[in-house]
Design a protein around this ligand. Structure first.
Ligand code: ARG
Length: 594
């Protein structure tokens, strides 16, 4: 039962009666939740059009309105208020409780969507800049899935760029890979620590050692040409790195269908470059093959004819690079070839990229190029979802105390430690798994409560609090219900409880829960439309809060009236299920005890 749809239908019927246009029909949750559940403000717009008094219009609408599910009344100067009848709310909740997906509806038009997030770089350490993509991406993918879309998730590893050549050049200089070139010599074992040491050093060195940089560039090309022994060394590095990346993503509750990287697009590069050339879209620039994608009004900073001309670089839209001068693939190349690959494999309606918003221009250029070349059909949606920066409490980019970039593993430790301290206050010690569960929830909820495009402040103390709008508060609410059901001896009898139609809404607190449940179910769709989990987080928090109020005001386990008690417990079970459904999308767990 979708109560909003029922009310909407009743309004439509009444509008037909009076010949009012459906364009003016609005129905929202009430601004005065103490009095009403929903409100309709249509009378104002209609009154203006037909030159009547809103009060007259509102009363005309009410007069023809089916009032089976709600009590309806007018309030000045032109509002129509609805209060859903208690027995209707009870029916709705009982229906939800007996449904696997709590009667959560699905999208009317389902799509096949490829989601590109994670984006870790092989050989480079994961750091704070890699935190938001997996967090937002995983939840968004789960949101699409629960609403019925077919979703393919791909982590799109950075594994084809200069960092690979740099790492090999660095390993060579430090004597790790001599055996690959001279069979009389031995290789030294390469571990993750080796990579963490070698890559940053090499990356620094390339800036003032021209020869070293050139060597790294040619090694990058060798890898892309699968030349031995560079290719074997590359595969070795890739494996070491990817194993670690996987482990870290799993800690964050992120799992991917595809562990592809830029390298997997390599077989498609030749074909796409040919498409661009055949369509006459390319030109040569300084030995490289480029495609101009600028539109009128945007400057193409091709040559610095007059370096003093301020116009030259204003609003720049550089060309897309398909091939570097040495024939190597660059970031543009692999992203464009990846679109071709995904189209051949899945022909999706949409591709969504959850990437740092500073990469917006790169994606804009690639998207324009694939549309021009017909690599992406005109009807296919390419969506760049750029996210903002994670800041410290000082409002500046989150760093370690010594001012270094903070590693993802350190962040995971920080939040787990924060959660461990809070658990200790509650007398729970030595539970690392629980601390991680809570820490991850704290961090994710803190992040997802914000619109992705906004920067946000990473405040461990605030995020890990068991009170207020936090992940742990949601978990705590769930754990309380677990404990309640356990004490009632019902924890393993969920299924039997679900089918008994026990819920009987009887007071204001319970009504609040019911209305907040309706809001929660609606927030999945709002979040979907907004490509942001923030509405879901807010609705989930309000829903959990309405349980707390009920829990504080009601004697549940000691209730003498068996009917009432069963109703309370069934309601609690529904709340637990709804919390789990939502946290399943936000991708964190509800512990049984905390
Ligand atoms: N590896 C990239 C980075 O660290 C992110 C990849 C994003 N996805 C993509 N298709 N380019 O910046």
């Amino acid at each position: 039962m979708n109560i909003k749809k029922i009310l909407y239908k009743a309004l439509e019927d009444s509008f037909l009666h009076s010949n009012y246009s459906f364009d003016d029909l609005t129905l929202t949750f009430s601004n005065r939740p103490e009095e009403a559940d929903f409100q309709c403000n249509s009378a104002f717009a209609i009154a203006k059009k037909v030159h009547a008094n809103p009060e007259v219009v509102a009363n005309a609408i009410i007069a023809n309105l089916n009032q089976d599910v709600a009590d309806v009344w007018f309030s000045k100067p032109g509002f129509i208020n609805f209060k859903i009848k208690d027995e209707v709310l009870s029916k709705l909740l009982n229906e939800a409780l007996s449904s696997d997906r709590l009667c959560l509806e699905e999208l009317e038009e389902k799509e096949t969507v490829v989601m590109d997030y994670g984006g870790a770089n092989v050989a480079k350490e994961l750091h704070v800049g890699h935190l938001r993509s997996p967090v937002i991406g995983e939840s968004l993918a789960r949101l699409h899935k629960i609403l019925g879309n077919k979703v393919i998730t791909d982590t799109h590893l950075g594994d084809w760029g200069l960092q690979m050549g740099l790492t090999i050049a660095g390993l060579e200089d430090d004597g790790y890979i001599d055996g690959y070139f001279d069979s009389s010599k031995k290789n030294k074992e390469i571990t993750l620590d080796t990579l963490n040491e070698v890559y940053p050093k090499a990356s620094k060195r390339k800036n003032d050692d021209e020869e070293f940089r050139k060597k790294a560039e040619s090694y990058t090309k060798f890898i892309q040409d699968k030349k031995e022994p560079y290719w074997s060394i590359y595969l070795n590095i890739r494996e070491i790195s990817v194993n670690r990346i996987k482990a870290n993503y799993e800690k964050l509750g992120c799992y991917f269908d595809l562990w592809y990287g830029e390298s997997n697009a390599a077989p498609y590069v030749e074909g796409v470059v040919k498409t661009f050339i055949d369509k006459g879209l390319t030109r040569e620039h300084d030995g490289a093959i480029v495609v101009d994608v600028a539109k009128e009004g945007e400057n193409i900073p091709i040559e610095k004819k007059n370096p003093d001309d301020p116009q030259l670089y204003k609003n720049p839209m550089p060309p897309v690079y398909l091939k570097k001068r040495n024939g190597a693939d660059v970031y543009d190349t692999t992203d464009i070839a990846t679109i071709e690959q995904r189209n051949q494999d899945y022909n999706p309606d949409k591709m969504v990229y959850v990437v740092d918003k500073r990469q917006a221009a790169h994606f804009e250029r690639c998207f324009r190029a694939v549309k021009m070349a017909g690599i992406s059909p005109a009807s296919q949606k390419l969506e760049f979802l750029g996210f903002g920066t994670v800041n410290g409490k000082d409002g500046k980019a989150f760093k370690t105390r010594s001012g270094d970039t903070i590693k993802l593993e350190d962040i995971i430790n920080l939040i787990s430690n924060g959660a461990r301290a809070k658990l200790a206050e509650n007398g729970i010690v030595d539970n690392d798994e629980l601390a991680l569960q809570i820490g991850v929830a704290a961090m994710k909820f803190g992040d997802l409560s914000n619109a992705p495009s906004k920067d946000y402040i990473f405040d461990i103390d605030k995020f890990t609090s068991f009170e207020g709008k936090t992940g742990p508060y949601i978990q705590y609410t769930g754990a309380r219900i677990h404990s309640l059901l356990r004490k009632a001896g019902l924890e393993d009898k969920f299924d039997s409880l679900s089918s008994l139609n026990l819920i009987d809404i009887a007071d204001e607190n319970q009504r609040k829960i019911a209305i907040n449940f309706i809001r929660l179910q609606e927030s999945y769709f709002t979040s979907y439309k907004e490509s942001s989990l923030s509405s879901l987080c807010t609705a989930l928090f309000d829903f959990a809060s309405s349980f707390s109020k009920f829990y504080n005001d009601t004697r549940i386990l000691t209730e003498k009236d068996e009917g009432k008690k069963s109703s309370y417990l069934a309601l609690c079970l529904l709340i637990l299920k709804a919390l789990k459904q939502a946290t399943g999308v936000l991708a964190f767990e509800i512990p049984e005890k905390m």
